[in-house]
Design a binder for this molecule. Structure first.
Ligand code: FE2
Length: 496
């Protein structure tokens, strides 16, 4: 898949030099949270989509890998064998069930315990879910029409690909602002976040307070092959192995000590200290998103320019994190037994290679680099969606977008993740609020004047009319209410 993606030329107008020069010159991590992004578009997120060749990682990554597994190499080797065996079974299971493996629930049933229980079991195992009918189809379609009108009134709006737009560089269009503030959208986010838990009672996090992350909008036309995202995981790449990245919270400690079965993807307190963007990645998210997600604005089925997810979830996370420590004894992929446990051994001396990880880019996954995931059979289309359905996937989930939109209608979504209230998120919210008021992209996104000169851009008062004071709180426009120290501190951090 990587080779296919690499054949894509850099999109017109996309300057890949900043990505390349960062990859070549950066040898130590820096603190990027308050730095401005360069102008660009969504292609900057992926080494392959930007046209950049994979660049060897600095030698210090060999030392990082060696330190991670030091003194428990036998446990790592044994856990790898168990993982490959478990994967073999689950790959077959997923391939035979197909899209129906994605759990779903009607929005009207999210407080019905007998419906929630099986849904929760599916979500926790698969890391992805659909909530049907969070808003009526007519409302979602109305938002799409408002966005289209906004684009018509502002023909200089940036998009990718620029000549046949699929993903617009829009953050503050009427439909986006209204959807983020909508009370049922916020309730759906709180519902999903309730399936996370915190081991530490003193952890400063609240899933009761959903906060908004202003992302883009996709209106993909039939036949489009430009917006083809291969299998990837957002939230950084090399950072997952780095002590100054996810290591700050020990998020994957169980995996790196040979106990991947004990890894709990739903424990939140370990994620609070994480630095997931050490290289100022053009597409990095510096908020803590428990789920990425989108609200459908079209009737779209598998193959029609939509999302694929990998329901292996925790097994896949364990695999792509352990993969760089191992090599095949016989590297001939055509040989029988290539995938067998007996053919794979822990490298006696670790290299700096982290398969699919490039500084400043998302983690990419390919058949060649991650053969045991059998991506061709396990990347699973989400089922048909209707306007108003909300699709969400865990922040560790591998996902992709159809290479070609083979349907007849537009495939359109509003990207709306589910984010809890934390100190990091409150700080981001303060900066995002300023961007909103100025009409520029949020702090994580490619900079420039954005929509500051757009006609018909919504403002502060529109958030209140769309979502009341709760909608304002989610955007950091009104203070959170409560007696506790946590709420007081968050208001201070967000400048409220
Ligand atoms: Fe993504």
């Amino acid at each position: 898949m990587l080779s296919t993606l690499r054949t894509l030329a850099p999109p017109r107008g996309v300057n890949i030099l900043p990505i390349l020069s960062r990859s070549l010159t950066t040898s130590t991590p820096s603190q990027p949270r308050d730095r401005a992004r360069k102008e660009g578009d969504i292609s900057s997120v992926f080494a392959s989509l930007s046209g950049a060749e994979a660049t060897p990682l600095p030698p210090r990554f060999a030392a990082i890998k060696t330190a991670l597994i030091s003194s428990h190499e036998p446990q790592i080797q044994a856990s790898w064998s168990r993982l490959l065996s478990t994967l073999r079974t689950e790959v077959e299971n997923i391939a035979s069930v197909g899209s129906q493996i994605v759990p779903e629930i009607d929005y009207a049933q999210i407080h019905n315990h007998s419906r929630v229980q099986p849904f929760a079991n599916g979500l926790k195992k698969r890391g992805v879910a659909i909530i049907r009918g969070v808003v009526p189809a007519s409302v979602a379609l109305g938002w799409k029409e408002e966005i289209r009108e906004y684009i018509r009134n502002n023909p200089h709006t940036k998009a990718f690909p620029q000549d046949k737009p699929a993903v617009y560089e829009l953050y503050w269009s009427p439909g986006q602002v209204k959807a983020r503030a909508h009370p049922d959208m916020l309730e759906a986010q709180r519902f999903l976040m309730s399936f996370w838990h915190s081991e530490s009672p003193s952890a400063e996090i609240s899933t009761e307070h959903a906060v908004s992350y202003a992302d883009r909008v996709r209106i993909r036309q039939p036949g489009d092959a430009g917006f083809a995202l291969g299998a990837h995981v957002d939230g950084g790449s090399v950072e997952r192995w780095e002590p100054e990245g996810y290591g700050l919270g020990g998020v994957y400690d169980e995996i790196f000590t040979g106990k991947w079965e004990e890894f709990d993807p739903w424990e939140s307190s370990c994620r609070l200290p994480v630095e997931s963007d050490l290289y100022n990645g053009a597409g990095a998210c510096s908020m803590f998103r428990m789920f990425q997600g989108w609200l459908a604005m079209s009737n779209t089925g598998p193959g029609e320019g939509t999302l694929l997810v990998n329901p292996l979830f925790k097994l896949a996370t364990s695999y792509f994190l352990l993969r760089p420590f191992f090599s095949p004894k016989n590297p001939n992929v055509e040989a029988s037994g290539y995938l067998d446990e007996e053919n794979w051994q822990l490298d006696p001396i670790q290299s700096s290679t982290l398969q699919g990880a490039t500084l400043g880019c998302a983690q990419e996954l390919t058949n060649a680099l991650h053969p045991h995931l059998d991506l061709a059979r396990t990347m699973t289309h989400i089922p048909q969606v209707q306007p108003g359905d909300y699709v969400a996937w865990h922040c560790d989930s591998i996902h992709a977008v159809d290479k070609i939109h083979a349907g007849n209608g537009d495939s359109s979504v509003l990207y709306i993740p589910a984010c809890p209230l934390t100190e990091v998120n409150a700080r981001y919210l303060a900066r995002q609020r300023e961007a909103f008021l100025e009409g520029t992209p949020g702090p994580d996104f490619p900079g420039g004047k954005g929509e500051s000169e757009h006609v018909g851009r919504l403002g502060r008062e529109d958030v209140r009319s769309a979502g009341g004071v709760e909608g304002e709180k989610a955007m950091g426009l009104s203070p959170w209410v409560g007696q506790g120290e946590f709420v007081k501190k968050m208001n201070e951090v967000a400048g409220l």
